[in-house]
Design a protein around this ligand. Sequence first.
Ligand SMILES: [Fe+2]
Ligand SMILES: [Fe+2]
Length: 353
Amino acid sequence: MTSAAIQPQSNKKKAIKETLLTPRFYTTDFEAIASMDISSQEKELRAMLTEMKNDYNRNHFIRDEDFEKTWDHVDGETRAAFIEFLERSCTSEFSGFILFKEISRRIKEKNPLLSEVFSLMARDEARHAGFLNKAMGDFNISLDLGYLTKHRVYTFFKPEWIIYAVYLSEKIGYWRYILMYRHLEKNPDYQFYPLFKKFEHWCQDESRHGDIFNALLRSQKSMWQGWKAKLWAKFFLLSVFATHTLTVHEREDFYQSVGLDAEEYDRQVIIKTNQTAAKAFPVILDTDNPTFFPRLEKCNEYNIQLQKIGDSQQPQFIKMLRKMPIVVAIFWNLLCLYLLKSKDAEELRTVVL
Ligand SMILES: [Fe+2]
Ligand SMILES: [Fe+2]
């Protein structure tokens, strides 16, 4: 990452409000990634490396004259909601940068091909995070990314989990950006800040990253063959979609400010990401099942109740007692969703072929 990308600003924020939904920072077993046998997908990975080297977005993340204005007129709830959107997006892009950079560094000797691929993905994420941090600068705030690197808690994920989770987060990122871009293209009145105009090319980076993880996933038979792979695939799909539903509904203000209906947007992003995942995962979820979205949204209602209890002035013990049945209800709904019959993606793939 260039130092310019994370230039310190006067109003530096060291951390963002931590909740269950705050983007995490991850670490993994680097040795296991270095010794991964990727031979069955080497051709695809080499092709992706060439794509990445072409660096199509080299000149995309430049702040043109559209940014040279003051943004004081974006105020009130719109401003607060937008700043929060920028903060979370920046943290999540930056978390990708840290993980990719570290993987690239640690596997350099043993697996130079993958190391280079990861280094180029880190390049993209650094640009994304840097661009968002500069956008935050327009609103007189910026994240202290150096501080975040040192002081965030890193969650350990096995390489297989990293591959499932990052694949999905790249593809869901693609759909989030492109659906918002298309909506604002049709409804330019809601385009209150020029960042959104950048999303069309930006999301191509995320899609390419997703394709790289697709190749990694397919290179490991144990990740898509057999019952364990199916259970893991369902687990990650459901976790990512449930988190998305809660996050989108938590930021309804922001979606409203760009003229999007949060519920509709959330559903579209999930449906599209689920369909895309059929290219990589052994199974996908049945989003057409009439109970699918109502149950996910029920979890959101329970989550709001949990937040209200958390914010109340009652003693901790009472809060805990009140929260318990709600937490059970969330788990129950998630379990019902998990147990819904999934769609066999391997079969879908042969039908398409
Ligand atoms: Fe990104
Ligand atoms: Fe990405």
